[in-house]
Design a protein around this ligand. Sequence first.
Ligand SMILES: Cc1ncc(COP(=O)(O)O)c(C=O)c1O
Length: 312
Amino acid sequence: MRALYGTDYDVEDEITVTAGATQAIFTAIAAFVRAGDEVVVLEPVYDSYVPAIETLGGRAVFASLRFPDYRPDWDQVRSLLGPRTRMIIINSPHNPTGSLLRGDDLDRLAELTRGSDIVVLADEVYEHIVFDGRQHASVAAHGELAARSIVVSSFGKTYHITGWKVGYVLAARELMAEFRKVHQFNVFTVNAPCQYGIAEYMQDASRHLGLARFYQAKREFFREQLAASRFELLPCHGTYFQLARYAAISDLPDGEFACWLTREAGVAAIPVSVFRHDGADDRVVRFCFAKRFCFAKQEATLAAAGERLRRL
Ligand SMILES: Cc1ncc(COP(=O)(O)O)c(C=O)c1O
């Protein structure tokens, strides 16, 4: 964290290893959100946040990332804040859209939350998967926001070990003390053998610092495969997800199109409407160009998908 973002988190009091980002997110919400509290999320939204908020008695309040570049509208976020707002959840690089928050987005968020006791939950699990020379704008590097934020990351994403379920959170001492009141009783500690293994593996920083180049090559390859297809590819600035519009191929709603694509072309995609509470449909699907369970997808697999998708 110091090398990347210039931020010192105290090893004893400000860093907690978690059973993956999923537990970190649930625990953070449990630590701060009480019945009737509101949590602002930005749609399309990664699918674990809203069930966690609702299970804990909170109410999700939905802002929109604007189609087609999926940028936040901070004026809209501002209009949704009120006395019950307890938390804002952000995610960058963003699943499912591959969009990034920029430094000026963090400045706006800092301004919106200034003087309040709103906690920011920053899901940064794809922090090392950012393309085209762009920089990940970490909340951890933003002095003002870092003080009110829980930053979540995942070794599952960084080291292709999804099933190991090991991640971590970073937060200022006072926030971390609250986080740990819940972590203590829903996890206690994360399995030690995996922690030792990861601790040793991460000594070689080139393994995570080389990730962007590795995934960018996959993105390029997949995009080249689809260049001659009738899919319209949206920009992908980070993550391993590629969004595509399919209006030239079909006028089906995205869920039906994804089923059709799986059955007829043998290529699975996720309809983006499932990441929205009201199912609003931009007729866009999400392809994953890099991961198959814990393994990176082979070029041959991407080429076979490309060949099938070009026929549509
Ligand atoms: C945005 C985002 N947050 C959190 C997670 C969960 O990460 P983990 O596997 O470490 O629980 C994922 C996994 O897909 C994700 O895409």
